[in-house]
Design a protein around this ligand. Structure first.
Ligand SMILES: Nc1nc2c(ncn2[C@@H]2O[C@@H]3COP(=O)(O)O[C@H]4[C@@H](O)[C@H](n5cnc6c(=O)[nH]c(N)nc65)O[C@@H]4COP(=O)(O)O[C@H]3[C@H]2O)c(=O)[nH]1
Length: 766
């Protein structure tokens, strides 16, 4: 390196030291040598002869002194230079020295390394800079080459100190360097060159950036982060930790883990620390306590780590208050009925099991009640689901009032409720409870501005008598409830073995019924209706029969209620309508006179929202005038929701259907309503006809019904006419038509066709 930092003072003192020494020796020699020789007795002549020798000795001596002085001075200077060089070569900062023109006159080892790293080959002059493709200031602005550090130092004598800049060389990679450049000046202040010091801080900047990102992430994390040492003391906490615990960072750093975890006693710390060490990654739930005392649930995910040769634990803590709340809600939802909030089937099972365990221990009984509201489907279908829901809520409330603490009330779905009664010492206790429930239903249920009378059928089973498992008890209670329903509803039944068998059979029948619908195992029989005045057939009633492969012909009384209960009646009813229409067309094709076919409608089928459309579709399919189809509805069906039914009947009438009211006299029709129904015919129920000849009351009812029909301007027909006496009485009362075994049983289609083909007026004589 040809450039040296100027150490003027050292240089001058060394030079003046040598000169002074030389001057001193010379003066001493001049003044003392002659005197010394004279003192030694040398005379003046000899002295003058000795002058040459004396001079030679002087030169030799001073040469020697000079030699030693210069040698030491040069040695010191060389040592200093070597030291300086070593320092310059060792430091990691690249150093360049350029002359006035910018030619590189020297550079250190680090500078070589940097240039290589930057991919710069030509670095021997300032043009090496040509390989620098770009130069950006710290704020990202590109800098013109005239403004690059060394250019400024050379042209304007400026010093740029530790500027952070980005440069990109021929390889295009941007590097960040810490750049210092300063001008080099001569004694008179003229710029003779410049020096640049460059430190590559690209990696450091990246590391700083990563650290900044980490710090930001930790500070912004939604989880609290703790570092804990082996004493359970907080070493580090992030902002979220302070926020969720309500302490400042310094406060927390003076606390221990157990100060914020109420479930974690300090005395167990050593044991816990050992456990943490044996299982370095743990996820667990606990509770933390805020500075204000509020306790909240948290999920902790803790890991062990070695930091500065110390065992630490880092814990990520999530506040799970909301999650716990949702879990609780979810648990409630999965165990409770959404509408009423009562226990659902899952919880009921659990409660029955619990009750069984307690009953066994206390040597007591447990009763399971199953309740089904009577005719609720009709209420629901006719009043709409929201009103249906309101009824269910009111029922739930009333039932809740019947049970004791410790009992469980549950809604199993639809209109089915269950009660688990725990304190049953005797079966009579269950009976008392059932009566209590029935009594609770005696008061009408207010619904908007009306009142509804609702009844329920209750079945009960007893542990251990009727079963030892929840499933058995529920099954038996269900069978008993079904029995209570069959007996007209609004009643209570205990389970019996016979019921259980029956329930099994019903289940079997349901499966068969579904299969029969798919296999088409149903047939229609037709019972003629005869006009009394003419004795001619003026219509027939289609009655469905089930041709069971094992059990033979099954009567509709045995499967229609089940079909209604299971909803299969919708599909079955549609089949009946379609089959009746097909038969009507078939008889027409045989050239038989057309007759009205009456078809029975069930409440469920009739109240289907698309009933009118579906029946019209069938008529269009067979191209039949609607007036050939007589729709028979029962009296009880229309009286469920007279307003709605009146509208529906008006719609059907408008289309052209004939409408009959079946089983008339068994219900509680109000004449007022009857007037509003566009009915064509009243069918007097078979039970009245049976006794008309022998019982005055039955006779008077039959006579009144005929009178009512005629006063409304509609037909009266008697069904179940078996005897001539009955016929004579009806003829006397001017009943319009009869239907019954007296004339004909329900017949297969071909047999009725034969009757139609050979009409013989019916005139029985008594
Ligand atoms: N003892 C006696 N009985 C007579 C006499 N004349 C007719 N019957 C019977 O009385 C029932 C009359 O039908 P319903 O009152 O509509 O009563 C029907 C009706 O409510 C229902 N049903 C029949 N077919 C259908 C159908 O296709 N759909 C619906 N929803 N219900 C139907 O099943 C009930 C019973 O039907 P069936 O067993 O066919 O019983 C028929 C018929 O066979 C008689 O002189 N003496």
């Amino acid at each position: 390196m040809s450039y040296r930092p100027s150490k003027k003072s050292t240089f001058l003192s060394t030079a003046s030291g040598i000169a002074l020494t030389y001057a001193l020796i010379s003066l001493l020699w001049i003044y003392l040598s002659d005197s010394l020789l004279l003192a030694l007795g040398i005379d003046l002549l000899s002295l003058s002869k000795l002058q040459t020798w004396k001079g030679s000795v002087f030169v030799f001596c001073t040469a020697m002194v000079l030699f030693f002085l210069l040698r030491n001075a040069i040695k010191r200077a060389l040592y200093g230079e070597a030291l300086f060089r070593k320092v310059v070569e060792t430091i990691p900062t690249g150093i360049w020295v350029v002359d006035r023109e910018g030619n590189v006159v020297d550079c250190n080892f680090a500078a070589h390394g940097l240039l290589q790293e930057f991919g710069i080959q030509a670095y021997n002059d300032i043009q090496g800079y040509a390989e620098i493709q770009g130069w950006w200031s710290d704020n990202g602005q590109p800098v013109h080459p005239d403004e690059w550090g060394i250019s400024r130092s050379l042209s304007r004598g400026e010093t740029c100190l530790r500027e952070k800049i980005d440069i990109a060389c021929t390889d295009g990679v941007r590097r960040t360097v810490l750049y210092t450049s300063l001008p080099l000046k001569s004694e008179n202040g003229a710029i003779t060159g410049a020096m640049a010091l460059v430190q590559d801080i690209t990696e450091k900047r990246k590391t700083d950036e990563v650290l900044r990102r980490f710090r930001f992430s930790i500070e912004q994390a939604s989880e609290a982060i703790f570092w804990i040492n082996d004493e359970g003391r907080f070493l580090f906490v992030n902002d979220q930790a302070c926020h969720s615990l309500g302490y400042s960072a310094s406060e927390l750093e003076s606390l221990h883990l157990w100060d914020i975890d109420p479930d974690f006693p300090a005395e167990r710390w050593a044991e816990q620390w050992e456990r943490m060490k044996s299982d370095p990654k743990q996820v667990f739930e606990t509770r933390h306590q805020r500075k204000d005392g509020r306790i909240f649930p948290v999920e902790v995910s803790a890991s062990q780590c070695l930091f500065n040769n110390e065992e630490n634990h880092v814990a990520f803590v999530r506040d799970i208050t909301i999650r716990k709340k949702y879990e609780k809600e979810l648990e409630h939802q999965s165990n409770h009925d959404a509408l009423t909030g009562l226990a659902n089937r899952v919880l009921l099972d659990d409660r029955i099991q619990q009750a069984i365990v307690h009953a066994e221990r206390a040597q007591r009984n447990t009763a399971v009640f199953l309740l089904d509201l009577d005719r609720f489907k009709v209420i629901n279908d006719s009043l709409g689901h929201s009103q249906g829901d309101a009824v269910l809520l009111a029922v739930a409330e009333r039932l809740s009032a019947c049970i004791s603490p410790g009992d469980t009330l549950s809604r199993l779905g639809g209109d089915e409720f269950a009660i688990v009664m725990t304190h049953v010492n005797h079966p009579a206790d269950a009976r008392i409870m059932a009566q209590k429930i029935l009594n609770a239903f005696e008061q009408p249920f207010p619904l908007g501005n009306r009142e509804l009378r609702i009844t329920t059928s209750i079945g009960a089973s007893l542990y251990p008598r009727d079963g030892e498992q929840s499933e058995d008890l529920l099954r038996h209670a269900d069978a008993a409830m079904y029995q209570a329903k069959k007996q007209g509803g609004n009643g209570f039944q205990f389970c019996s073995e016979e019921m259980d068998t029956r329930a099994h059979k019903a289940l079997e029948l349901e499966g068969d019924l579904r299969q029969a619908l798919q296999l088409g195992s149903f047939v229609l029989h037709y019972q003629p209706k005869v006009k009394i005045a003419s004795g001619k057939i003026d219509g027939c009633e289609a009655l469905v029969r089930w041709n069971h492969p094992d059990k033979g012909m099954i009567s509709p009384d045995d499967f229609i209620p089940l079909a209604e209960e299971t909803g299969l009646i919708i599909a079955l009813g549609e089949w009946v309508l379609r089959e009746a229409c097909r038969q009507f067309k078939a008889w027409q094709a045989q050239g038989l006179p057309p007759i009205k076919i009456a078809v029975n409608l069930s409440a469920r089928q009739f109240l289907q929202s698309d009933f009118v459309e579906s029946i019209q579709t069938i008529l269009h399919e067979f191209d039949i005038d609607p007036h050939w189809l007589d729709l028979e509805l029962t009296e009880s069906m229309v009286m469920e929701d007279p307003d709605r039914i009146a509208k529906l009947l008006a719609e059907l009438k408008q289309i052209g259907f004939a409408l009959s009211l079946d089983d008339f006299g068994t219900g509680y029709s109000s004449l007022n309503y009857l007037r509003r129904f566009p009915i064509d015919c009243l069918k007097i129920d078979r039970s009245f006809i049976l006794d008309v000849a022998s019982d005055a009351t039955a006779a008077s009812v039959a006579n009144s019904v005929i009178g009512i029909a005629h006063s409304l301007g509609i037909h009266a027909i008697a069904e179940g006419v078996e005897t001539r006496e009955q016929y004579a009485f009806l003829a006397m009362c001017e009943c319009d038509s009869i239907q019954g075994y007296l004339f004909s049983k329900p017949l297969p289609a071909n047999d009725l066709a034969a009757l139609l083909a050979n009409p013989t007026p019916f005139k029985p004589t008594t």
